[in-house]
Design a protein around this ligand. Sequence first.
Ligand SMILES: [Zn+2]
Length: 445
Amino acid sequence: MTRCSLTQSRYSLKTALEWRTADPEKIENFQAGLLRSQVQQAGQAPYYRQLLRELGCSSEDIITLEDFRSLPFTSRSALETDTAAFQAVEAASIADLSLTSGTTGNPIVVPYTRNDLERLAFNELMAFWGTGVRPGDRYLICVTLDRCFVAGLAYFSGLVQLGATAIRSGPGQSARQWELIRRLKPDGIVGVPTFLLKLAQWGKAQGYSPRSSGVQSLVTIGEPVRGPDHSLIPLGKDLEDAWGAYVYSSYAATELETCFCECHASCGGHIHPELALVEIVDEDGNVLPTGKAGEVVVTPLGVEGLPLIRFRTGDMARLHTDPCPCGWRTTRLGPIEGRLAQRLKFHGTTIYPEMIFRALRGIRHVEEAYVEVRSSYDLSDEIRVVAGTDASDIDADMVAEFLQARLRVRPEVILRPRQEVLSTMEKAGGRKLKRFFDFRDNNRP
Ligand SMILES: [Zn+2]
C-alpha cells in the first residue's frame, strides 16, 4: 500500500532540491525518461491508445524531447467530449474524484489515484518551500476544501507534508477569518487575490490591523497579480499594501494536476522538472523560443489517473530559462498574459456565457437575459447577468443563489422588466438577439 509520507514517497525533498540546481542538460535527459513513462501510462487510456496506434508509435520511440514533440496536442474540447476515454486506471484504483469548474456546463471529472494525490501534495510542498515556508510555519487556507474542488486539498496536503501547520478555514466569511487570524496567528494566507483584498479591507473597517496581524506572505491563486514584466498589477499592489505582506502568484488547473508558484524572486512560477513539461506554442502549434509569449501547453509528469499529453490550456504566457535569483535553475512560467477566445475568468473559475444561459433556463419567470462582462483587475472578469422578468415573486438574490448552485460562482444579477431586456438585446443585435456584451479591454497582449 502506498503511504503518503515523505519517507515512503516516490518524491524526496532532498532529491528535488538537488534537481533544482542541476545542469539544464541533465534535467532534459531526466525529463525525457519521465516523458517516456508518461506516454506509456497515457497509452493505458482508450483515447491515447488509439492515437498511438494510428501514429504507429509507442512509448519506446520517445527517446528525446524532440521525439516527444512529434506527438499531437490534446485539446480541451477532446477532453471535455469524452473524459472517460482519457482515464488510464481502473475504477478501483481511484482515490478521489475532483471536478473542474467546467466550461460547457459539464465539468470534467478528474480521477486521482493515491499516487496522484501524493504527487499533488509534493507539488504544493515544493511550491510552499519555494515561497520560504518551513516546518512549523502556520498557513490559513482560504480556498474551498470540499465541493469536489481540488485546490484546497492540494494546499492542505502540501503544508502537512512540508511539516507546516494548515488552518482549514475555507473561503468567505470575513468575520470568522479574522477571528482565526487573531487567535491562531498564521504566518501566511492562501486565497484568491480579490477575496484577500476584501478581507483586509473588512478587517480595517472593524478596527483590526492587517499590517500588524503577523501575516507575512500571501500565496494567491486564480487571478493574476503580476503583469508580463513581473511587476505587481494594481490588485497585487493593493494586496501587498493592505497586508504589508509578500504576494506570491501561482498558476494551476485541476485537469493539469499541477501548480506553478513563484519564489521570493518573483520572476515566474517555478516548473518542477519531475512534475511537468511546459511548452509555449504559436497559433499553428509551433514551439516558440524562450521568452516569446504564446499558448501554454502542459504535459503533467507522473500522473496515473488522467495522464494528458501536450495539453493546450488556452492561456497565454512565456517561459524563462535563465537561472532564478533564488538559486534554482529550473524553468519558470511567466504571468498569464491573456486568454484565448471568450472564456471568462471569474474569481479563479473558468466560465462561458453559455453556461449561465443554460442555468437560467431552469428558473421559471426568467424569460430573457444577457450577460455583460467587464475587466476588473486586469485578467479577472466582472460578470453581470441582466435578467428579464415581470414576476414579482422572485428577486435578484434568488437568481444569484440559483446560479451559484448550478455554476459554483455567483455573478452579479440585475432584474429588469422583460420588455426592457428584450429591447436592449434587439437594439444591439439586429436580426439576432445579442446576449453577450463584452466590455473587456481587448488591447491586452
Ligand atoms: Zn526562484
